[in-house]
Design a protein around this ligand. Structure first.
Ligand code: G1P
Length: 298
């Protein structure tokens, strides 16, 4: 079985759900506690054993490339002012030289098109795909679990969670077949189906391991839902010749492309940090009792 060495992270989206914050700032650079959203996807990829990350970026997103570069002046200043811990923390986050690539999606034609833009850099090998809006929270990152399943069954893997059965039209939905390894066989996949026709409420939560044959399919994929080139439609075609397996993620994803998910992620990650847990939690408790008292009085 061919090893998965590369991960694709699409970061070209316009972030319209987050305006006006994203008017001049990429949504992937909004911070959860003190790290940009995109850093969480990169950390998750490294945890799963990924060696090289391909960012599919776009106009007005050059700051993402700068973020993953060295900042010698900043490191020198931190060293001179004795802030060695901060300096080392930045050093640890710096990707290995040559272990990132950046390519641009020139038009907003959908996720399928963004993935296709990475075809030359990925080449003829299986790759992981992480949608950075979806931030993985749990003991172990979602992609690491997907990689375990891939190592036992090969082929293509997507990770899923359950959604509200009335919200299937927001996601890619899979049909669940027989158990296989730590996951299950996928019987069907459909992008954003109405609840009445959805095969289940298991939704694709933004982590994939795909074989390179997906690129040829994406190259001649017609537009689907939302008039965009849909990755899910290309996966349906690939599933006619290759197996697809699903893995239920045991943690949870925060959809940080939405305001609610982004705020929930900030609270969750802050509460998971010993250095700030109490100074975040206590005021939240106070705010809750303030609001409860106000609604009792109303
Ligand atoms: C994309 C995928 C969809 C998946 C979702 C997860 O949709 O097309 O299958 O369930 O990401 O976030 P988008 O959010 O780009 O509409």
């Amino acid at each position: 079985m061919r090893k998965v060495r590369k991960a694709v992270i699409p970061v070209a989206g316009l972030g319209t759900r987050f305006l006006p914050a994203t008017k001049a700032m990429p949504k992937e650079m909004l911070t959860i506690v003190d790290r940009p959203v995109v850093q969480y996807a990169v950390d998750e990829a490294y945890e799963a054993g990924i060696e090289h990350i391909v960012f599919v970026t776009g106009r007005n997103k050059a700051i993402i490339e700068d973020y993953f570069d060295a900042q010698p002046e900043l490191l020198d200043t931190l060293a001179q002012s004795g802030k060695h811990e901060q300096r080392m923390a930045l050093d640890r986050l710096l990707p290995q030289p040559g272990a990132t690539s950046f390519t641009r999606q020139q038009a907003p034609l959908g996720l399928g098109h963004a993935v296709w833009c990475a075809r030359d850099i990925v080449g003829d090998e299986p790759f992981a795909l992480l949608l950075p809006d979806m931030v993985s929270y749990g003991k172990r990152g979602c992609l690491a679990g997907a990689m375990d399943l891939y190592d036992s069954v090969g082929g293509n893997v997507v990770t899923v969670e359950q959604c509200d059965p009335l919200e299937t039209n927001r996601y890619g939905i899979v049909g669940r077949g027989r158990a296989a390894g730590s996951g299950f066989q996928i019987t069907e996949m459909v992008e954003k189906p109405a609840p009445s026709v959805a095969p289940s409420n298991y939704y694709i939560n933004g982590r994939y391991i795909l074989q390179p044959e997906i690129f040829d399919i994406l190259g001649n994929q017609e537009r689907g839902a939302g008039n965009e080139i849909q990755l899910t439609d290309a996966m349906v075609r690939l599933s006619q010749s290759q197996p697809f397996h699903g893995q239920l993620f045991e943690g949870r994803m925060f959809d940080c492309g939405s305001k609610e998910g982004f705020i929930q992620a900030n609270v969750a990650f802050a509460l998971a940090r010993n250095d700030i847990r109490n100074s975040v939690l206590d005021p939240i408790r106070e705010l809750l009792s303030y609001h409860d008292a106000k609604s009792d009085a109303a």
